[in-house]
Design a protein. Structure first.
Length: 122
């Protein structure tokens, strides 16, 4: 007997990523985005150094169990003060390059986890 995972067509999965371009479902982005299984939104910062506390508010509103922060072509950590917001909201998070964040996001969505990814497309 063959088993396969049926993925609802309504869930957001990253279909492709390369520096400068991200494809989620049928949508193509060249700017930063926040994605969860059910939502998709533009995100202001275009480099990790531009990230502010206000930029994390849309992510906090989603109330994910886990946030994957894709920092661009290389893994770059935001300031500890910004990450403290996530600690205070009791949201688990990982900071990784955007390609790794996209791959990890797809795995967690397929598992049915409450995950969001804030992806800087560089």
């Amino acid at each position: 007997m063959k088993f396969s995972l049926d993925r609802p067509a309504t869930l957001n999965f990253v279909r492709a990523y390369s520096p400068g371009v991200l494809r989620i479902g049928e949508h193509e982005f060249s700017r930063s985005v926040i994605v969860s299984a059910e939502s998709l939104a533009d995100w202001r910062p275009q480099q990790i150094g531009e990230l502010t506390a206000a930029d994390l508010e849309p992510v906090l509103a989603l109330r994910p169990e886990v946030l994957l922060l894709g920092s661009g072509a290389r893994q770059v950590f935001p300031t500890p003060a910004l990450l403290a917001q996530l600690y205070a909201a009791r949201i688990g998070f990982e900071v990784m390059d955007t390609g790794a964040a996209c791959r990890t996001y797809n795995v967690l969505v397929a598992e049915g986890r409450a995950v969001a990814a804030a992806l800087i497309i560089a």
